[in-house]
Ligand binder design. Structure first.
Ligand SMILES: Cc1cc2nc3c(=O)[nH]c(=O)nc-3n(C[C@H](O)[C@H](O)[C@H](O)COP(=O)(O)OP(=O)(O)OC[C@H]3O[C@@H](n4cnc5c(N)ncnc54)[C@H](O)[C@@H]3O)c2cc1C
Ligand code: SF4
Length: 346
């Protein structure tokens, strides 16, 4: 787009803003004909939010931004054999930074591909930049000779103890919540948001989405764009009010406007009572119950951390670190930041 605009004479030059926070060598990489090496900006607005809250922007994908002089990745004085457990963005960033510092890295992932929850995060039509970020990480890891990737490899604490590694970085992420306490959670109509995003099932035409956090709201919007009938049920009085990572007000307002414009039926102050063979029974704010016929009742009520193996690894003779978010799922910013911080001094 940039090249076409200059070539067409629409303008003489382009000035880049946020993309250069994510990738300071953006122009240089274009000039070299290596656009695939550009570290993608995911338009997450983290820099905008931190500009106002901290007085200086920080970048979700590039922890070095604005701190280039005092926060560099330097070669380690003594290189080590490092095992990274989990190939989500936390594990991929840990492997990348450890390898840049000269360590010999083995990256273990239980699935057949690298990416973890970020693959689901990039499924929606409007989240192309997240898909680009996953591809960028896969390319960086593939290019580094001192990273060996072991896919389809699920390691428990005993297997980790037996590894020939001096340092272990746990980056095992989270699982979707599907509480047994919800009546009918085993019914054929019930499905988790992540199973749909993973393509394990295809959504029908009439949908009830339970949970109006960012995951549920984005899913509702994409299904509305596809012309599906969507009812979005949220127990609180507003959507995205209790998102663990906090949703900037401009993202919140825009998404609600887009949902309304695309005829999403938003029901706040409303709870799921049960899932049955017809669809969902919801408990309205006035205490009445309504049965809604639906092809699928999609559960998008949050995530829980996968159990930590750190305790079981105590006394194993290896350094053990954990890429952990304050909340269950974290975000690109928290996971990249935590992994970078561990590996910067490893
Ligand atoms: C639908 C959706 C949309 C999202 N949208 C955004 C967004 O727009 N912006 C944003 O910043 N964040 C977003 N997020 C959150 C973001 O995706 C997560 O914060 C991030 O992907 C978590 O990365 P992680 O590496 O910590 O964990 P995970 O991605 O969960 O990775 C952990 C990996 O470890 C592997 N693993 C687990 N146990 C083992 C084991 N014993 N041995 C080997 N491998 C193991 C798992 O298979 C997994 O691949 C979204 C999340 C979802 C689900
Ligand atoms: S914080 Fe997000 S929007 Fe800002 S430059 Fe980094 S990736 Fe882009």
């Amino acid at each position: 787009m940039i090249e076409a605009a200059v070539a067409d004479g629409a303008c003489d030059g382009i000035s880049l803003g946020r993309p250069t926070l994510a990738e300071p060598y953006y122009a240089k990489k274009l000039e070299m004909g290596r656009p695939e090496q550009i570290h993608p900006c995911i338009s997450c607005q983290n820099c905008m939010a931190t500009s106002s809250s901290k007085g200086s922007p920080t970048c979700a994908v590039n922890p070095l931004a604005m701190k280039e002089g005092m926060y560099p990745v330097l070669r380690a004085l003594r290189t080590k054999r490092v095992a990274v457990i989990g190939g989500g963005i936390g594990g991929m960033e840990a492997a990348r930074v450890a390898a840049l510092r000269g360590h010999q890295v083995d990256l273990y992932e239980r699935d057949g591909v690298l990416g973890g929850r970020l693959i689901e995060a990039g499924v929606h039509s409007f989240k192309k930049s997240i898909r680009e970020l996953v591809e960028w990480y896969r390319l960086q890891i593939q290019q580094m000779e001192n990273i060996s990737v072991h896919l389809n490899t699920d390691l428990d604490a005993a297997a980790i103890r037996a590894l020939d590694a001096e340092a272990v970085i746990l980056a095992v992420g989270s699982e979707p919540l599907m509480p047994r306490s919800i009546g009918g959670i085993d019914s054929p109509k019930a499905v988790s948001a992540t199973d749909l995003l993973d393509g394990k099932r295809v959504a029908g035409q009439k949908l009830v989405i339970v949970g109006g956090g960012l995951v549920g709201a984005e899913m509702a919007y994409d299904y509305c764009l596809e012309g599906k009938q969507v009812i979005l049920v949220e127990a609180l009085q507003d959507l995205m009010a209790n998102d663990p990572n906090g949703v900037p007000y401009w993202v919140h307002d825009l998404l609600i406007e887009l949902l309304e414009r695309n005829h999403c039926d938003i029901r706040t102050n409303t709870r799921l009572d049960e899932i049955n063979s017809k669809g969902a029974v919801i408990l309205n704010a006035d205490g009445t119950r309504t049965e809604i016929e639906a092809d699928d009742v999609i559960v998008a009520i949050g995530f829980c951390k996968r159990p930590s193996m750190a305790q079981e690894l105590m006394g194993c003779g290896k350094e053990v670190y954990e890429v952990a978010a304050d909340n269950a799922i974290g975000s690109v910013a928290t996971q990249v930041g935590a992994a970078y911080e561990i590996c910067r001094t490893l």
